[in-house]
Design a binder for this molecule. Structure first.
Ligand SMILES: [Zn+2]
Length: 185
């Protein structure tokens, strides 16, 4: 049985040749191979999963792709590292000139072919950069940190003081009730 570990894809391929062969490429790129992406991450460990489909789509040479990865970034609230799952899709029509791109249906983005081979890894890196949310914060994991910050800043004590001030007898009443309950028990 073949192992299912996907291989590392080449950085660049001849797109039109892949279209002629209706090739589907599935594999990974190491995150460390994408310097622009690494610049905005806290770790370059890990891999990006990629699926590329070359072929014809409504008469246009096309490249459809999917990318997904777990990226390490920084929580903008507690400044600790956090993992985010990102994924992206793209659908390019491969064109030879800007004139061709004017004829494209809206669902396509034009990709201008240039040279013998075209860089796949650049497309993937762009897609991942676009898929990172503008604001990254822990959903819940940094609430302990927030509580600690509150206490350090006295926010919690202030809130408690405000509460007591608005109900000056509430604390006293609670204490009396506590005493009463103790006697009953
Ligand atoms: Zn956080």
């Amino acid at each position: 049985m073949q192992t299912q570990v996907p291989g590392v894809l080449p950085d660049a391929v001849n797109f039109m040749l892949q279209v002629e062969r209706n090739r589907i490429l599935e594999g990974v790129y190491p995150i460390s191979a994408m310097p622009r992406l690494c610049d905005v991450l806290t770790s370059s460990d890990g891999f990006v999963k990629v699926k590329l489909e070359f072929g014809d789509s409504v008469g246009f040479a096309s490249l459809k792709g999917k990318v997904s990865a777990t990226l390490m970034t920084q929580c903008q609230r507690c400044l600790q590292p956090m993992a985010i799952k990102v994924c992206g899709h793209f659908k390019f029509a491969l064109v030879n000139s800007d004139d061709d791109s004017e004829l494209l249906p809206e669902e396509f983005e034009p990709y201008l072919l240039d040279g013998e081979e075209q860089s796949v890894i650049d497309i993937i890196e762009d897609e991942l950069l676009l898929s990172i949310p503008m604001v990254t914060v822990h959903e819940t994991a940094c609430s302990d940190f927030m509580n600690a910050q509150d206490e350090a800043g006295g926010v919690r004590e202030k809130m408690q003081a405000e509460k007591e001030a608005s109900h000056p007898f509430a604390a006293l009443q609670a204490m009396k009730n506590g005493l009463k309950d103790k006697k009953v028990n």
